[in-house]
Design a protein around this ligand. Structure first.
Ligand SMILES: C[S@@+](CC[C@H](N)C(=O)[O-])C[C@H]1O[C@@H](n2cnc3c(N)ncnc32)[C@H](O)[C@@H]1O
Length: 272
């Protein structure tokens, strides 16, 4: 798959996921956004770039902390951005703009932002190091660059059961993009490659108990996993769902089904 095809696939996946991306089952995204925005330690007057904003969780969390500042939030997916704009309007936040833009083809000038964030987006960039350097270039010397990523046991054992079952249907499993940045070592290498300093990474558990299988299905249907489900015929999809429901329901505990989500929040600074 060439670079343009890969970008088209990402855009298509997230356009499909957009309407359900903020369902309660996926509330770990907003919890993670709060941690990322807190870790940026804003003074309150910064101009901030939010890369791969999706439905705007990080942009909104930052805008709430920037009484005298501004957020410019960009994403490839117009579907995700439509949800983000609606959320900003509902929250009556006016200190942010949303632009449909590929970070690797952006026309911002160097040093134009005080800080930049990217929630669960860096690992989608075909060349992570080049993309991260591009982001660093847009931030003024001394400015913070913060990202979030997942650690290795993401959503296990649920995700493992899903993968094992989808393989039975002859679907080819692509490399999981988030695994490209699933450890402190990998993140440190990335920050160092962009010449950033004073890096600190913190781990948070943002998991919870899902009410039942329907909530797990919401996660599959409205996230990157959707691209795999879309490859099944409608009859295979119905069979898949039935069998997967049976195996997931074996994992129900008194409080529901545990969804394990450990995240890494990292912030580093551009040298002065
Ligand atoms: C998992 S979502 C994360 C959304 C949000 N930041 C959050 O934390 O909830 C990843 C987003 O990255 C966007 N994306 C992927 N590659 C991109 C690129 N090259 N430029 C801009 N956005 C991109 C996708 O469209 C998608 O909305």
């Amino acid at each position: 798959m060439d670079m343009q095809e890969r970008k088209y696939k990402i855009k298509e996946t997230f356009n499909n996921a957009a309407e359900g991306y903020d369902k309660p089952a996926l509330r770990f995204f907003s919890a993670a956004a709060e941690h990322l925005a807190d870790s940026m330690r804003f003074a309150g007057n910064e101009y901030v770039l939010d890369v791969a904003t999706g439905t705007g969780s990080v942009a909104l969390a930052c805008a709430q902390r920037l009484g005298a500042g501004h957020v410019t939030a960009i994403d490839l997916s117009d579907g995700m951005l439509a949800q983000a704009k609606a959320k900003a309007q509902k929250q009556q936040l006016s200190n942010l703009d949303f632009l449909c833009m590929d970070i690797e083809a952006s026309n911002f000038t160097a040093d134009s932002f005080d800080a930049a964030c990217c929630g669960f987006g860096i690992f989608f960039l075909p060349d992570m190091e080049a993309g991260f350097k591009t982001i660093a270039k847009l931030v003024k010397p001394g400015g913070a660059i913060g990202i979030s990523s997942f650690t290795g046991a993401l959503m296990e054992p649920l995700s493992q059961k899903f993968i094992e079952r989808i393989l039975v249907y002859g679907i080819t499993m692509p490399a999981l993009s988030w695994k490209r940045l699933d450890s402190v070592e990998k993140i440190h290498t990335l920050y160092q490659s962009a010449g950033l300093e004073r890096l600190h990474t913190q781990t948070y558990q943002v998991g919870y108990h899902l009410a039942g299988f329907e909530e797990w299905w919401d996660i599959l249907w409205y996230s990157g996993f959707r691209g795999l489900l879309n490859q099944l015929s409608s009859s295979d999809l119905a069979r898949f769902r039935q069998a997967h429901q049976e195996e997931i329901e074996l994992l129900v505990e008194a409080q529901g089904i545990w969804l394990n989500i450990e995240i890494l929040i990292s912030v580093g600074y551009k040298p002065v």
